[in-house]
Design a protein around this ligand. Structure first.
Ligand code: DX5
Ligand code: ZN
Length: 214
């Protein structure tokens, strides 16, 4: 069953508790986008917001680090309440060591790649990580248009996961909506991140149901 992960980047920060309760009631995962203004040309939010969400969250907390030196903050995110932690492959010279560090801190570990990074670069890590995050827009901003080549990239990663027989899940992030969810699941995605499609909708719960194919 596909998991729906609303990105709180598109939440209404003046009504954050309402939006957190919507995720608790209707979705599966809190997707938390952490941007440092260096790895990506945008700054999002940090520990005070993550900790506030954690106090109310009854679903998995998934922090997506778009920061340089992810290894500096692994333990802080564990303490802040993250259950899943991903970092970008090109944000560190030692991805395998960062994955080990995330596991040692008690979280599920994921490696993220932007659309211009060949998916084959993930292959050496598939047996070690719990999930991979395939970006379907360039990391940095919500509300961008879904890149169609993503389907093929997801299929290629899924084929390699099946070939080596590991349990790594595929998460897709960026421009995901009810319009492309079914095709992404068909290609092999198991976790779908959606920011604007969910939070800018009149009826977020209905969008989440539609993304599940209900
Ligand atoms: C982009 C973030 C995404 C973003 C998704 O850098 O990683 O999680 O919030 O937003 P939408 O669904 O609006 O593309
Ligand atoms: Zn994200």
């Amino acid at each position: 069953m596909v998991k729906i992960a609303p990105s709180l980047l598109s939440a209404d920060f003046l009504h954050l508790e309402r939006d957190v309760e919507m995720v608790n009631a209707h979705a599966d995962v809190f997707h938390l986008d952490i941007m440092d203004g260096v790895f990506v040309p945008n700054i999002s939010y940090g520990f005070p917001i993550v900790e506030a969400i954690a106090r109310k969250a009854r679903k998995t907390m998934d922090a997506h680090l778009m920061i340089v030196h992810p290894e500096k903050y692994v333990e802080r995110f564990a303490a802040a309440g993250a259950d899943m932690l991903s970092f970008h492959l090109d944000a560190t010279e030692h991805p395998a060591a960062v994955v080990e560090q995330i596991h040692a801190a008690g979280m599920k570990a994921g490696i993220a790649i932007n659309p211009d990074i060949p998916v084959e670069r993930l292959f050496p890590y598939l047996a070690q990580v719990d999930f991979v995050l395939i970006m379907s827009v360039f990391a940095g901003f919500g509300g961008q248009k879904f890149i169609e080549e993503t389907y093929d990239r997801v299929r290629r990663v899924k084929a390699e996961i099946d070939r080596i027989g590991c349990t790594c899940a595929i998460e897709v992030d960026g421009g995901v909506s009810a319009a492309n969810a079914a095709a992404l699941v068909e290609a092999g995605a198991e976790i779908l991140v959606a920011g604007s499609a969910v939070f800018k909708a009149e009826d977020p719960a209905a969008v989440i149901r539609a993304m599940r194919g209900e």
